[in-house]
Design a protein around this ligand. Structure first.
Ligand SMILES: Cc1cc2nc3c(=O)[nH]c(=O)nc-3n(C[C@H](O)[C@H](O)[C@H](O)COP(=O)(O)OP(=O)(O)OC[C@H]3O[C@@H](n4cnc5c(N)ncnc54)[C@H](O)[C@@H]3O)c2cc1C
Length: 471
């Protein structure tokens, strides 16, 4: 890369104007160099929920105050207006994600717009009567919240707008061609990343963060090996109406065709996420509203799949558990009856798994779906992305405090190791659960039912599960 035409500060390696002395405390060294190229300390490519959260999180670090940080988003800026109409895309935010949002001042904005508390979760299956539930007392104050993706993104963007002197957001701007210096094995420590934008401009940066989703251009440009497969399943999403007003339970039932879940969105609305075969999903989408409502109610209530052998065993096992651990097993609640659905809210998404074997290389780090995309059955995808944001922020601020180059591989490797330790077990568990419940073969039904019942009866084990899902 030809950097000889640019003047760099020897201390902070920023490009600076020949007429001005480099005084990082007074001004960020964001300049256009002699070639008309823009230069930034950090470029984040992809302003979805995870990339926008990354920009916001970095913008709140005082040690990065004098760094030039740019967020690129391919889509135009959305003109969001909170209406009564609810969006069909939602996320269950874990306590750790809420903590990140509190630190960046995003959480009060989400709360002021719209979100719904989850005080109880009930998970059960259709082949036996085994179930597991998590209650408010067990969760103590570690509660989850369901929020619409649009509300989350709008809240982050509002905060970004408030700190626009620290973070520059470029909408309708796509990173089209990315050149990363050095090979995977021989990182070039001095050269910077070159990004050609769709408007013909070139950006140069010391650290490129890829938050550009499952088909990440950054990941491809960095030549990072990826494991990827389709589940041959689609998720049907919709906004459902219920008559109840005390709506704070998340429901999930495993059917042999895939899990169906309802998450509380407001006092009288539920977010549906129904995973099933592509053919069945297409059939469901072709139904009238009334027939789809009937199909959802049926999916939560029917007992056609009950396996008698497994059911007899689990009933006896439950009696035994009740004798050994009286009071430990939670009561079964009945899901609410769906009374209708919000017009135009039905949509479907193909499901797959993607995992980058490495999340970093010299001057590059991947976060969110660009690094790991998983089955939505445990509602962990974006939460893991927000976990990436928290860890990468910590690593970047550490590099800045040490006076090091922000794109140094040894720092980024610490981020990768820490995140892969967290992400890989979660991905393996979710993939395993997906396979375990995708069959009605009697021995498998029996084993999983007994396992679920035993876990439900063991308070400490359940607490451990809640603890793990919270961070
Ligand atoms: C049906 C369903 C339900 C789900 N439910 C949950 C849940 O309950 N909880 C949960 O945690 N997760 C859930 N997930 C997963 C969650 O939606 C994703 O993990 C999350 O949206 C990923 O966010 P992201 O910002 O990493 O990627 P994306 O949302 O894909 O954002 C990528 C952004 O990058 C931009 N971009 C792309 N290429 C470029 C480029 N070259 N230059 C500039 N910008 C670019 C795009 O325009 C986009 O805005 C669910 C997923 C599905 C399919």
């Amino acid at each position: 890369m030809a950097v000889n035409v640019m003047k760099h500060c020897v201390k902070c390696t920023r490009v600076w104007n020949q007429l001005a002395r480099c005084q990082p405390v007074l001004s960020r060294c964001y300049q256009t160099n002699n070639n008309g190229e823009q230069v930034a300390d950090i470029v984040i490519s992809g302003g979805g929920m995870v990339g926008a959260a990354m920009a916001c999180s970095l913008g709140h670090e005082s040690v990065l105050q004098n760094k030039k940080i740019i967020l690129l988003e391919a889509a135009p800026q959305k003109q969001f207006k909170l209406t009564e109409k609810l969006s069909n895309r939602t996320c269950t935010l874990s306590p750790a994600s809420i903590q990140l949002f509190e630190r960046c001042g995003v959480w009060p904005v989400i709360e002021s717009m719209r979100c719904q508390q989850v005080l109880r979760m009930q998970v059960w299956e259709s082949c036996s009567n085994s179930l597991i539930s998590f209650n408010q007392d067990e969760m103590s104050d570690e509660l989850a919240y369901v929020a619409e993706n649009d509300v989350i993104l709008e809240s982050i963007n509002r905060r970004l707008n408030e700190i626009k002197d620290r973070i520059e957001v470029m909408y309708s701007t796509k990173a089209e061609n990315i050149q990363i210096p050095g090979g995977l094995d021989e990182p070039d420590s001095n050269a910077w990343v070159n990004i050609l934008l769709n408007n013909g401009q070139t950006l140069k940066t010391k650290l490129l963060v890829g938050s550009d989703g499952m088909n990440s251009t950054v990941r491809k440009a960095a030549n990072l090996h990826t494991v990827s497969f389709d589940y041959n399943q689609k998720a049907i999403v919709a906004v459902l109406n219920i008559s109840e007003t005390d709506n704070n339970v998340a429901w999930q039932r495993f059917l042999p065709t895939g899990p169906i879940a309802m998450l509380p969105m407001s006092d009288t609305a539920m977010s549906l996420i129904w995973t099933t075969s592509p053919e069945h999903a297409d059939h469901l989408r072709s139904l009238s509203s009334e027939s789809l409502v009937d199909a959802v109610n049926d999916a939560f209530w029917h007992d056609r799949d009950i396996n008698q052998v497994a059911d007899n065993f689990t009933n006896n096992f439950q009696k035994l558990l009740n004798n050994i651990l009286p009071g430990e097993s939670s009561l079964r609640q009945l899901p609410p009856t769906i009374t209708g659905l919000q017009e135009g809210s039905v949509a479907s998404f193909p499901l797959g798994l993607t995992h980058a074997s490495n999340y970093v290389r010299h001057r590059v780090a991947l976060i969110g779906d660009a690094a790991h995309r998983m089955h939505p059955l445990a509602g962990q995808g974006v939460n893991l992305g927000f976990g990436d944001v928290a860890k990468l922020t910590e690593i970047i601020t550490k590099a800045a405090s040490d006076g090091s180059d922000l794109g140094t591989l040894s720092y980024l490797k610490e981020y990768e190791t820490s995140r892969q330790r967290k992400v890989l077990p979660v991905m393996a568990t979710i993939d395993g659960l997906q396979r375990l419940y995708h069959t009605d073969f009697t021995p498998v039904v029996l084993l999983r039912s007994l396992g679920l019942q035993a876990t439900n009866a063991l308070g400490p084990l359940k607490n451990k599960i809640i603890e793990k899902a919270s961070d």
